[in-house]
Design a protein around this ligand. Structure first.
Ligand code: SF4
Length: 244
């Protein structure tokens, strides 16, 4: 039988999850964005490099998707971001606008970021593939091989402290594994771009599009738990919940 304290804990956890996905947190400003003059200068230099790379991506035709896309979607966000969210590939809305995560899944990702006490402008959002696969089919191995250097270069420029891999494709690609997302999520991994570069911490979680399809309390709880691991790794406070 549950004790009073256990029941309160369950109620609190449930409320916490609900607030996490409805944007009801009383978010304490914590700012992961760069603020010192030196950081601003570094951010400007990174922004220039990222924009040069984005121009290359917009002209890239290294795989067949270059001829079927409307717009390439290089990525968006803070060049000095401590956290980089990486999804699978652009969908129809992203292809139309040239921006990542702007459809329904993007709106949910925005809520997740806000619930973490952050702004979308403080993180960077990108995908493994920079162009939309027709009919939102899964990325093909040859497309991933062709496109991955773009993402590697982005990560090299940004030099984030942690990567959040959204969904199985991003997690499996970056971790070079075939393990299912259910086994990969919930713990810190190391993304190793190459033997000469320092590894970057990586946590895998469910893709927002999957969450929209399977919007169960259990799945929401798991994503919230994953994001709490991210905040803890960055020594950022976990926002208090409660209606503003
Ligand atoms: S998906 Fe990547 S490799 Fe293929 S055309 Fe687009 S940018 Fe180039």
């Amino acid at each position: 039988m549950l004790k009073d304290t256990d029941i309160k804990k369950v109620i609190r956890q449930h409320a916490e999850i609900e607030n996490f996905f409805t944007g009801g947190f009383a978010v304490k400003g914590q700012g992961s964005a760069a603020e010192s003059a030196e950081d601003v200068q570094v951010a400007e230099e990174k922004a220039v490099e990222l924009e040069k790379l984005a121009c290359e991506i917009r002209q890239c035709c290294k795989c067949g998707l270059g001829s079927t896309r409307t717009n390439a979607v290089p990525g968006q966000g803070n060049p000095n971001a401590r956290i980089v969210f990486i999804g699978e590939a652009p969908g129809a809305d992203e292809d139309a606008q040239g921006l990542p995560f702007v459809g329904r899944a993007g709106k949910l990702l925005d809520k997740i970021i806000a619930a973490m006490g952050l702004k979308r402008s403080e993180v960077l959002i990108a995908n493994i593939l920079k162009c939309r696969p027709p009919d939102n089919r899964d990325p093909k191995p040859d497309e991933i091989i062709s496109c991955l250097p773009h993402l590697r270069r982005q990560l090299e420029i940004i030099d984030p402290e942690i990567i959040v891999a959204l969904g199985a494709h991003a997690a499996k690609t970056l971790l070079d594994t075939n393990k299912p997302i259910g086994q990969l999520r919930g713990k810190i991994h190391q993304y190793c771009p190459d033997p000469d570069s320092p590894p970057i911490k990586l946590i895998a979680t469910y893709h927002p599009a999957y969450l929209l399809r399977s919007y169960s309390p259990e799945n929401r709880r798991k994503v919230w738990e994953d994001m709490k691991v991210v905040l803890a790794e960055l020594n950022l406070p976990i926002p208090e919940y409660g209606k503003k």
